[in-house]
Write a protein that binds this ligand. Sequence first.
Ligand SMILES: O=c1ccn([C@@H]2O[C@H](COP(=O)(O)OP(=O)(O)O[C@H]3O[C@H](CO)[C@@H](O)[C@H](O)[C@H]3O)[C@@H](O)[C@H]2O)c(=O)[nH]1
Ligand SMILES: O=P(O)(O)OC[C@H]1O[C@](O)(CO)[C@@H](O)[C@@H]1O
Length: 499
Amino acid sequence: MHIACFNPQGNFDQHDSYWTQHPDFGGQLVYVKELAFAFDRLGHETIIFTRRIEDEDWPEFQQPEEVYAGTNVRIVRISFGGKAFLPKEQLWPFLYEYVEGIRQWYHQAGYLPDAVTTHYGDGGISGAIFQQLTGVPYTFTAHSLGAQKLEKLMGTGVSYESLDQQYQFTTRLAAERTAISQAMIRFVSTQQEKEQQYFHTLYRDLFNQHKKLPFIVVPPGVNQDIFNDKPQTHDQAVTESIQQVLRRDVAKERQHLPWVIASSRLDPKKNVTGLVKAYGEHSQLQECCNLILAVRGIDDPQADMHRLKNEEQQQLASILELIQTYQLAGKIGFVNLSGQQQLAAAYRETARRRGVFALTSLYEPFGLATIEAMACGVPVVVTANGGGQDILKKGNESFGLLVDPQQSAAIAEGIFSLMKDHVLWNTYHQKGLERVRSTFTWNAAADAYVKEMLKWKKKVQDKACQINVPDYFMKHESQHEDEFESIRARAAGIKSEHE
Ligand SMILES: O=c1ccn([C@@H]2O[C@H](COP(=O)(O)OP(=O)(O)O[C@H]3O[C@H](CO)[C@@H](O)[C@H](O)[C@H]3O)[C@@H](O)[C@H]2O)c(=O)[nH]1
Ligand SMILES: O=P(O)(O)OC[C@H]1O[C@](O)(CO)[C@@H](O)[C@@H]1O
C-alpha cells in the first residue's frame, strides 16, 4: 500500500532537528515519524508531505526531498506560503497551495496514494481539500484539538480576542470542524480522547449531524530501543552532565537526593510553573528531593533567555520569579538534553535514584512523554486532564498517579507520596514498565492504522467524492465571515465544562 502522511508544519528532517526547541517541534513529529517507520517495517511505501522552508536560519528543511537513513520513508517538501519559516498559526491561508503542490506531485508521479493519514487541524483540513480535488479519502489524527487548549488558556483569565489573535483559534476551530466531520476515520489515542475531547461543546454538534462518524482507538507507541530500563553506554556521559548541573545549581548537601524530573516544550499549557509552585509550597517535598527541569534545552536560564520566543520568555520569567518567591535556589537545576537518547538516559538515572517524572499540563491530549518515562522505569505523576486518565487506569488497576494540575497541594502530595513510600514507588516502577510493553507499541499502532484504512476505504469508496469543504478553505476565499463569526461567538462564550 502507498501511504501519504499530511503534516504541513514542515518540521521533519532525518536528524530530528529542533525537537522541543520550538513550540511546533514536539509530539506530533515523534508520533508521525515512528508511525511512518512502522508502516515501512510492514512493507508499506510511506511519504511524509510537509513544508519546504528556504530560510538561512532553518537550513535543515531546504531540500525538496529526503529519505530517512536506514528506511524507505521519504520526506517530500512542498513549497507554499513563501520561503521563510512560519509558525503553525500563520500557515492557515496557504494550505490550499500546499495541497495543490501535493496534487501536482502525484500528477507527475502518475498515481494517487492508497491511503492518506492527516495530522493536527492543519493536516486535517488539507486532507479534506485533497479529497475534494482527487476523491481520495483521508483519516484524521488530531494530536491536540484547539477547544481544550482554548478553554484552559481562557481559564487563566486571558480574553478570547487576544488568544485568537495569538493562536488563530477561530480559523483553527473552523478547520478542525471540517477535518473531523469529513474524515473517513478519526484515529484517537485513547477512549478519553474520543468521549471527552471530541465531544467538547465546540465540536459536539458535528456528531448529531453525521451520526456515523467512526472513531478508532489506536494507542501510540514508545520507541523501546531508546526508552527502556537497560543501562546504555552513553548513559554515563549524560549522568555526568547532570552531575555538573547539580554541582553548579544544587547545594552540596543535597546533591545525593533523588529528583523530580519534568520534560516538555516550554508552552503555557504544559504548566511547568504549576509544578514549580507545587514544589515551592511543600517544604517536606523540598527536603526529600530536588527538581530537575529539562525544558527547551535551557541550561542557564539568564543566558538562554534571549534565544526564546516571546511567550517562552514569559514562561521562563514566571518560573524564575517562583524560584525567587519560594527561595528555591539550590534545589532546582536546568538540564539541556539534546534528543531522545539523552532524555532516556536522564530518565534511567532518575529511576536509579528512585525519583519521579511529573507532567502537570493544564490539558494533555495524550502525552508521549508519560509513556516514555514509564518505559524507563520512572513512576509518574501526571495531569488528570486528558489522555493520562486512560494511560494510567485500566478498570480498577492503576499504573501511576493522576493529579489536578491546578491544585498545587495535589501535585506536591502525589510526588511526595511516591518519594516517601518505597512500596508504592516499586509498584509503579514495575507496573509502568509492564503497561508500556503490553499496550504501547508502534508496530501494533501501524498495523491497526493499515487494517482500518483498508476496511473503511472499501466502505466509503462509492461516496468518496461527496464531501463538503467550505469555500474559504478552497482557493477562492469568499463568504467566510458569517460562519467564522458564529464560531467566534461560540468559542468566546465557552466556560470550562469541568468547573
Ligand atoms: O529534550 C527533549 C524532550 C522531549 N522530546 C520528545 O518530545 C516529545 C513530546 O511529546 P508529547 O509529550 O506527546 O507532547 P507534545 O509535544 O505536546 O505533543 C502533542 O502531540 C502528541 C502526539 O499525539 C500528544 O501525545 C500530546 O498530548 C500533544 O500535546 C516526546 O516524544 C519526547 O521524547 C525530545 O525529543 N527531546
Ligand atoms: O498546543 P497545540 O497548538 O494544541 O498543539 C500541539 C503542538 O504539538 C505538536 O504536536 C508539536 O509537534 C504540534 O504539532 C502542535 O503544534
